[in-house]
Design a protein around this ligand. Sequence first.
Ligand SMILES: *Cc1c(COP(=O)(O)O)cnc(C)c1O
Length: 383
Amino acid sequence: MSEQHRGFETQAIHAGQEPDPATGAVITPIFATSTYAQDGVGRPRQGYEYSRTQNPTRGALEECLTALEQGVRGFAFASGMAAEDTLLRTVCRPGDHVVIPNDAYGGTYRLFSKVAQPWGVEHTPAHVSDVTAVRAAVQARPTSVVWVETPTNPLLSVADIAALADVAHEAGALLVVDNTFASPYLQQPLTLGADVVVHSTTKYCGGHSDVVGGALVAADAELGERLAFHQNSMGAVAGPFDSWLVLRGLKTLAVRMERHCDNAERIASFLQAHPKVRQVLYPGLPEHAGHEVAAKQMRRYGGIVSFRHADGAAAAAEVCERTRVFTLAESLGGIESLIEHPGRMTHASAAGSPLEVPDDLVRLSVGIETVDDLLEDLAQALG
Ligand SMILES: *Cc1c(COP(=O)(O)O)cnc(C)c1O
């Protein structure tokens, strides 16, 4: 059986992770070293020279992520934002134009609007679940990148990756997909035509809320080479301990995602029937606008559920402060359930912009606790 044909769970546990040749250690060691002894002048022992360039623990993670995304080459960074910044500066030059989601992750929007724009990279927000709108934005001016998140954060709209790959490629642009919300277990954008996948491995890949990290996986070797050059030149790499934590998280990604999805589905139907809930946003619901596209490109629908409170912003904020099992916190994708108010927390930086989110919105990152405890907690918090 060739390694490429192994199942997802097998790859998650073994890809890039042979037992350590020196000791037989089954688990990849944390190679806490900055430099490596060389066998002669200019003769590094196994290609390792300096840990910004290459580190065996980070290398194992990069290979594992590449296998899980079915890409050609992967890169691990100190954070999701570091991965995004490195990608942006690899593929864009001053004067370039990027189409971004009109409900992008707040930090991504801030990177484009406050960091990239002053350096001369322009962006247009578009509704990425509307292929026609993205095509119009791409055709309005020369575009080098179409940047997509799907499902989006926090509104959970769904972009048709295969259709947008065509739109981008017709215009000579790259399609970048931020796959943080789905994780490679639920969705593999490179197999649908995307050129690069972005991850905040802080979220589902790490999965235990104990590490901040990011990753890129490229679909082709040429782009992989340019990313490798920029990763090393810019230096925002994942350290060995952080890489090890993410590698450990990936081993249980499949089983965790199944339980995240089970619990999120139960919670979405509970909220739908609740009188204090105006609308539930979850791609798994048949009435969700993106349900059909999600069903086509995702294995299941993920662990994030957002809802709008029937009584407005203050009531939405109060629910966030009343839960006892759900913790009031930013971030998502860990084993524990989190609740937050995007308008005042994660997406506060988008206030007053085209990316502003409704102020009656509550976002849940549904964890893998006993689902009855989660349902009971939401019932009491909603009153
Ligand atoms: C968290 C997140 C990021 C940023 O990642 P960090 O690890 O926090 O730097 C980017 N995209 C999405 C969708 C995210 O949720």
